[in-house]
Design a protein around this ligand. Structure first.
Ligand code: ADP
Ligand code: MG
Length: 304
């Protein structure tokens, strides 16, 4: 067998440097144990010392990690991992066990399309709904019944939730949709004023129909904050009217939240005392009534 000194004398100075830094790194017992457990030969490992040190450090972080929130790694939830491929080592970021679990838990959220809805609403859950004020008892009962009946009867009326800013209207509907999303039911929560703006922007483009249909045809729909939009005859007669008509024909559950009562929404939609406009507004309200039950949510402002 050749002596180490003989081997060194045969190698280039670059290889000596590589070997030296590898040997130095091995003085760290964590690093030593890490590389010893890799199914890769030393000759190859020593070409990647600094990358392996990083990977070893990340591995150590993971060993003592109590959960995703405390992740110390370069990319939260990921672990730098070496893998031998032919004559080299390839490093990639792999999801850690905590992240994998989280992704699995959150998979239902893919069934919920959110358009300009605040992030906190994304995690709304039925079991977290505040039950402290009487004002929401009737609404909660409605949501629970809806949830129970949906697997057998898809054709249920939604709600028209009227209440003050921050009372929890959007949260309540989101909690229901999230629960159904876990049963693979698709839904859309749409911040209506922004949806109109966005639709108007793509008027005449290919994406217009796609944007419109995605909302119009959603198996469950929330038009959030209706009445807060800039009312125009176009938004009323070309967007809202046909959208509601379609959902009535197809008997698709439709929910609304609004700071306005239905009467106030009617005047908002008429926007004048003109008799023709008033009739058009009336028709929209009739459709909303056909699609939903009118409920009032009286509650304090929950926004922090
Ligand atoms: P609204 O739509 O009536 O203006 P939101 O539904 O947006 O009100 O609720 C206001 C805030 O209170 C949001 O930040 C929401 O996440 C929170 N919130 C409302 N209800 C609940 C609840 N039951 N549990 C936890 N947070 C809630
Ligand atoms: Mg809201």
């Amino acid at each position: 067998m050749k002596k180490v000194t003989d081997v060194i004398s045969m190698t280039s100075s670059k290889q000596i440097d590589l070997k030296q830094s590898y040997v130095t790194a091995l003085k760290d017992p964590n690093f030593r144990s890490y590389v010893e457990h890799l199914p890769i030969e030393e000759d190859l490992l020593m070409k990647y010392t600094s990358r392996l040190e990083e990977a070893s450090q990340e591995f150590q972080n993971c060993l003592h990690c109590p959960g995703l929130e405390n992740c110390k790694n370069h990319e939260k939830g990921f672990l730098l991992t070496p893998e031998k491929q032919l004559k080299s080592i390839v490093f990639s970021y792999n999801a850690c066990a905590y992240l994998k679990k989280q992704l699995k838990q959150d998979a239902y959220q893919e069934n919920v399309y959110l358009f300009e809805i605040p992030k906190q609403i994304k995690n709304a859950r039925m079991k977290d709904i505040y039950k402290d004020d009487r004002g929401r008892k009737e609404i909660i009962k409605y949501l629970i019944d809806f949830l129970q009946q949906y697997p057998t009867t898809k054709k249920q009326k939604g709600l028209y939730l009227n209440g003050s800013f921050g009372s929890g209207k959007t949260y309540l509907v989101a909690a229901l949709f999230n629960e159904l999303a876990k049963q693979k039911v698709r839904s859309a929560l749409i911040y209506y004023p922004e949806f109109l703006r966005s639709l108007k922007e793509s008027f005449g483009n290919e994406e217009y129909r796609e944007k419109f249909d995605r909302v119009k045809k959603a198996p469950l729909l929330l038009l959030d904050d209706i009445g807060a939009e800039n009312m125009t005859p176009w938004s009323r007669d070309e967007v809202l009217g046909p959208l509601l008509q379609y959902r009535m024909n197809e008997e698709l559950p439709t929910f609304f939240t609004s700071n306005l009562t239905m009467e106030e929404l009617e005047s908002h939609l008429a926007n004048s005392n003109n008799a023709v406009e008033k009739v058009k507004a009336r028709r929209i309200i009739e459709r909303i009534k056909e699609l939903s039950l009118d409920m009032k949510l009286i509650s304090k402002n929950r926004r922090s």
